[in-house]
Design a protein around this ligand. Structure first.
Ligand SMILES: C[S@@+](CC[C@H](N)C(=O)[O-])C[C@H]1O[C@@H](n2cnc3c(N)ncnc32)[C@H](O)[C@@H]1O
Length: 299
């Protein structure tokens, strides 16, 4: 893939900065949360229609908000890519790395907020033996997951699931959990979903999301990203909460990585990888939990 690009400098950068500031301050931007459910339904419904009409072309899954040929932010600068699909290609390489690095060991993988199902498709092709479950609160997204499975003959399942009101009947059974730009939509209301994950005890959780905590408020591009992040009502306090849970000995954070790439407005792909800590069962309890009671009586 061609990742050549030109870094914007001088007057060109100033003009762009002025425009970004104006848009963040003056434009009305959609705020994430409960009220956006219908908009997601409509968007994925459109992808579903195009996917079915095309007879199952994967290109028809690409979300409408991925617009080729845009100026971007990359490694702390604004850039003009030489190739229009720079961001989508970057995302493809990045996801492939993340999936192979963190999900290869798991027997089953659960993506929450799976939307257009491009990640499910990529995971199912990379790991043909694994059970891949895509969960989303949009009916169209679930239908898309099921359709992708049938058309491409892959082991993918769709599941209706609202992260604001987790359905505890969905078991994760020692599998891996991944979210990509999905927790961002919860704003500060991530506790219910976090409690669900902690109670289900997945082997590993991979969150690729915009994290407010990773921006440096003293840096111009970062401070603008933070303003944009807050105006859109994106994920707030999640990383801080994970750090608290780690201090309480409930989880282990395996790594946090700021990924300095994204649209003109923010960085959407930063990474935290963590796992719940399973408390060892004391030996006494261990005995009585299994057939220990009967063993003792027998003796
Ligand atoms: C920006 S899209 C990302 C989709 C996909 N993960 C990807 O990387 O292409 C956000 C997704 O989160 C879903 N979503 C938002 N709030 C949700 C909630 N409370 N429960 C479940 N899904 C939700 C939306 O329907 C949408 O599919």
């Amino acid at each position: 893939m061609d990742f050549r690009h030109r870094v914007l400098k001088g007057e060109e950068r100033d003009a762009l900065l002025t425009d970004v500031i104006r848009r963040i301050l003056e434009e009305e931007l959609p705020v994430s949360g409960e009220a956006r459910r219908e908009a997601w339904e409509k968007g994925w419904g459109e992808n579903l229609r195009r996917f079915v009409e095309s007879g199952g072309e994967p290109e028809q899954l690409v979300p409408g908000y991925i617009r080729p040929g845009q100026l971007l932010r990359f490694a702390g600068e604004y850039i003009a890519p030489c190739q229009p699909d720079f961001l989508w290609n970057f995302y493809t390489v990045y996801r492939r790395f993340v999936f192979e690095e963190y999900l290869a060991e798991a027997g089953q993988i659960f993506e929450f907020g799976c939307g257009p199902c491009t990640n499910l498709l990529m995971m199912a092709e990379l790991f043909p033996g694994k059970r891949i479950v895509g969960a989303d609160w949009s009916h169209a997204s679930v239908a898309l997951a099921e359709r992708v499975a049938v058309v491409h003959g892959l082991r993918i399942e769709g599941r209706l699931f609202d992260m604001f009101r987790p359905d505890y009947r969905l078991d994760i059974g020692g599998g891996a959990v991944i979210t990509l730009n999905a927790l961002e939509q919860l704003g500060e209301k991530h506790e219910a979903f976090l409690s669900y994950l902690l109670s289900k005890g997945p082997a590993v959780v991979v969150n690729s999301e915009p994290f407010a905590e990773l921006y440096d408020e003293g840096n111009l591009l970062d401070s603008l990203a933070l303003r944009y992040h807050r105006k859109r009502g994106y994920l707030e306090g999640y990383l801080t909460r994970l750090r608290e849970l780690e201090a309480e000995g409930k989880i282990e954070i395996l790594g946090t990585k700021r990924v300095s790439a994204g649209s003109l407005f923010h960085e959407g792909y930063s990474l935290v990888v963590w796992r719940p800590i399973r408390k060892p069962v004391p030996p006494e309890k261990n005995l009585s939990c299994r057939s220990g009671t009967r063993d003792r009586r027998d003796r």
